[in-house]
Design a protein around this ligand. Structure first.
Ligand SMILES: [Fe+2]
Length: 395
């Protein structure tokens, strides 16, 4: 019965939403800057949870949403990992509930784990579309992945498109056993991206519409930016990727956020960065996938930002766990603000439920984390100073 209800709801949602969504057309679901000229996007990365969503994850979502009141929420992939249709349905219902209850529009990208549980991405997307105001749609079902689409943001007076959001499926695992590892954004997706961006630019007098790209897996160039390339492989003593060998440890002066695990991009260059540079619209890429990292780097003019996990069902550490918050400014769209909303800051608020829910810890624990984080953030500032003085690195 529940499946029948879900099916009817899906049919209704698809019927209602599909005609309303187009490359740059205004609709009922049009995103607009507020009258004060801001647009806030909250990011939830890697909840990676089942039908029994961790209570601390729900609390993080609810308290971050209430405190920062975003205009849009983006789920950055590895959202649900429940087994089978019924459980995935319940898991998606649970992970979207804090957002749906507040009437906030949301979108999502898929990660490498979402489809691993006997439910296809197309079915998962239909479930999402049956809950609340889900803006992700499969703009080009014929290309690789599911849910590739763009969401334009209009000026506060609604007269013109001023910004654009790309939702890109970075896929799952590389099918070439010689390469292995995680998959990448495929050529047909990049061709679709270029064609869609060109259509948007045409609507904008030939000028690219500034944009942010959201996807689960980071671009492979992260290793060129964060690590030292070695003249030859040192076997297991080096990181061997993209046909190159890199140092095991990153260039610490490049770190301005936590690096608590080795990034996991694809093992080959995919041309996505080149496509962004060719089109000239993407100013930043936000990704999840690596649950514990929160660094931000700039690669050839594009900010590349790792949003740490908001969940703890898979793995995470409380020092970096939380949600991301982007604030766009209508009068200067290329200069956005970004901050990490930490679990410890939320938990230390007077009325926070986090210390009292199942899995929560004492206020003293979160206070200690805040102190440790303050010390580490000061260290990052010193690293940043070194980087300014020695931009080519000191290693
Ligand atoms: Fe992942």
């Amino acid at each position: 019965m529940k499946r029948l209800k879900a099916f009817v709801a899906v049919l209704l949602a698809v019927t209602l939403l599909t005609p309303a969504l187009a490359v740059g057309a205004e609709s009922d679901t049009t995103l607009k800057f507020r009258d004060d000229g801001t647009f806030k996007i909250m990011l939830f990365a890697d909840p990676q949870d089942d039908e029994d969503l961790e209570e601390t994850t729900t609390a993080i979502m609810c308290e971050a949403l209430d405190k920062y009141t975003p205009d849009l929420v983006v789920y950055l992939g590895d959202n649900t990992v429940a087994d089978g249709y019924e459980n995935q349905y319940k898991a998606i219902e649970a992970v979207t509930k804090p957002v749906v209850d507040r009437g906030i529009p949301y979108s999502l990208v898929f990660g490498n784990h979402d489809e691993e549980h006997n439910v296809s991405k197309e079915q998962l997307l239909e479930i999402y579309q049956s809950f609340g105001n889900c803006l992700t749609y499969d703009a080009a079902p014929e290309i690789t992945g599911c849910g590739n689409c763009n969401l334009p943001i209009y000026s506060s007076d609604g007269s013109k498109m001023v910004f654009n959001l790309w939702m890109i499926d970075s896929n799952m695992y590389n099918s070439d056993p010689e390469v292995g590892g995680y998959d990448y954004v495929h050529e047909d997706q990049l061709e679709w991206y270029k064609a869609t961006a060109a259509a948007l630019a045409e609507e904008n007098g030939g000028e690219p519409i500034p944009a942010i790209d959201f996807q689960h897996i980071v671009i492979p160039e992260i290793f060129d930016e964060l690590y030292v390339e070695l003249p030859k492989s040192l076997g297991d003593l080096s990181e061997n990727r993209n046909g190159k060998s890199y140092s095991k440890l990153p260039v610490f002066t490049r770190l301005n956020g936590y690096w608590l695990e080795v990034p996991c991009p694809p093992n080959c260059y995919d041309g996505q960065l080149d496509a962004w540079l060719e089109v000239g619209d993407v100013i930043a890429e936000f990704h999840g996938h690596d649950h514990n990292n929160s660094y931000q780097v700039n690669i050839e003019g594009v900010d590349v930002i790792n949003v740490p996990s908001c969940g703890c069902n898979s793995y995470s550490v409380d020092i970096s766990r939380g949600a991301g918050l982007i604030t766009l400014h209508e009068d200067d769209v290329k200069n956005y603000d970004y901050e990490l909303i930490n679990i410890f800051d939320l938990a230390l608020a007077k009325d926070s439920a986090i210390p009292n829910v199942d899995g929560g810890k004492s206020k003293a624990y979160y206070a200690l984390l805040k102190v440790v984080d303050a010390v580490v953030q000061a260290m990052f500032k010193v690293f940043g100073l070194f980087y300014k003085i020695f931009p080519e690195g000191i290693l």
